[in-house]
Design a protein around this ligand. Structure first.
Ligand code: NAP
Length: 353
């Protein structure tokens, strides 16, 4: 194969890690090619659409550089009209996840990043140049790869949850919460972390009451978020409680839930509800790697060097939530995205590539 057919750097993934890596790599003249993921129903259900998890959230209050304020005019000037039209008008509050992601994407494009809107199905990291097989089109070869595929939402695995997916059961309040079926209804959110509180708070815009169902006696969420849930008159927290079954029928979809106590066996209750939103953590998107890179027991990519983004295969780097089961913040993902591009640049230079 002639070296002109080989990409210098392919980045897989399009969350904060992928775009930060792309911006740094493009400025280092590595001509990065980003596979941002496919726009498909399969990816919608799995929470792996382009732009990552942040595109599934509402306001982002803790990303440095984006205080509360009116960013509308800036967004209008910074993004191409056709992409701006797809987004809700700026609400005058903190930047939203989709806005932040579009801005990051545009910043990478401005420096020459090329983008393919497709998934990488499989890879061969056993020899160089590395091979990446997209869903559509021929295999792509690359001297260096950054894996920034993030993580996607977990499900409980209940048969009734599966039965009512898309008919009242969802793992993304921001995607689905505004649907007419949820207006002025009782809704259930399962989980006790920041995501659960964020989803519950968001759903109070539409619901009459949001029931936050958590298996333990205290929220895992950060103090400020937990306090927000406790203080919100529309949120009712059910501690020491698990979702046992989603109730409903084929005509109406979800009509309620059966809850069970996690501390008192046999004790439970049923609630009327039009929707159930799962917010019980995430699983890293590493399945397509088919065991070719070392993973932790929880399937996260392992960084092999201290404070470096090297994976177990030389020339393959990892950034963002796919390699982070601890911080999992947009800003830390962006930070490791930057690190991975610098690591890639130095590694490529050492190879003379
Ligand atoms: P998380 O912090 O891992 O919380 C997951 C929650 O789901 C926990 O409360 C856990 O219960 C519960 N859970 C897990 N498996 C369960 C099961 N099988 N049945 C019932 N409950 C189950 O995940 P996250 O809330 O998605 O947050 C992930 C990361 O993103 C965190 O670092 C968080 O700080 C960050 N985040 C930040 C923001 C923000 O700052 N605005 C927003 C969203 C997320 P236990 O508590 O009993 O383990």
């Amino acid at each position: 194969m002639s070296s002109s057919n080989v990409e210098k750097l392919v980045i897989i993934g399009s969350g904060p890690a992928g775009w930060s890596a792309a911006t740094y790599a493009a400025r280092a003249q590595l001509q990065p090619l980003v596979y941002e993921g496919a726009i498909s129903e399969k990816n919608r259900m799995a929470g792996t659409l382009p732009l990552g998890q942040l595109a599934l959230t509402s306001e982002v209050e803790n990303y440095a550089g984006f205080p509360h304020g009116n960013l509308g005019a800036f967004l209008d000037s910074a993004l191409p009209a056709e992409r701006r039209q797809m987004m809700a008008p700026h609400a005058g509050e903190g930047v939203t996840g989709p806005e932040l992601m579009e801005l990051m994407r545009q910043q990478a494009v401005n420096f020459g990043t090329r983008i393919v809107t497709d998934d990488i199905l499989k890879v061969d990291f056993s020899k160089r140049p590395f091979m990446l097989q997209p869903v559509d089109g021929p295999a792509v070869f690359a001297h260096c790869v950054i894996v920034a595929t993030g993580a996607s939402a977990n499900w409980l695995g209940l048969p009734s949850e599966e039965r009512f997916k898309n008919r009242g059961v969802s793992a993304c309040a921001v995607c689905d919460g505004a649907l007419p079926r949820f207006r002025n209804q009782h809704l259930v959110v399962v989980g006790g972390g920041d995501s659960a509180v964020e989803e519950a708070t968001y759903l109070t815009k539409f619901a009459s009451t949001v029931h936050l169902v958590h298996r333990r006696d205290a929220l895992r969420a950060s103090k400020i978020m937990a306090q927000r849930a406790h203080d919100d008159p529309k949120i009712k927290i059910h501690f020491n409680t698990a979702l046992a079954e989603v109730l409903g029928d084929d005509a109406k979809g979800v009509t309620g839930v059966r809850l069970e106590s996690t501390t008192e066996p046999g004790k439970g209750t049923t609630l009327d509800a039009a929707g159930v939103f799962l917010a019980i953590g995430h699983t890293p998107n590493t399945g397509f790697l088919d065991g070719q890179l070392e993973l932790t027991p929880k399937k996260y990519l392992v960084w092999k060097k201290h404070f470096r983004t090297d994976t177990s295969v030389e020339g393959v780097f990892a950034a963002g939530d796919v390699a982070d089961d601890y911080y999992r913040q947009a800003i830390s993902a962006a930070g490791t995205g930057c690190m991975s591009a610098l690591d890639a640049e130095r590694w490529l230079a050492a190879q003379g590539a």
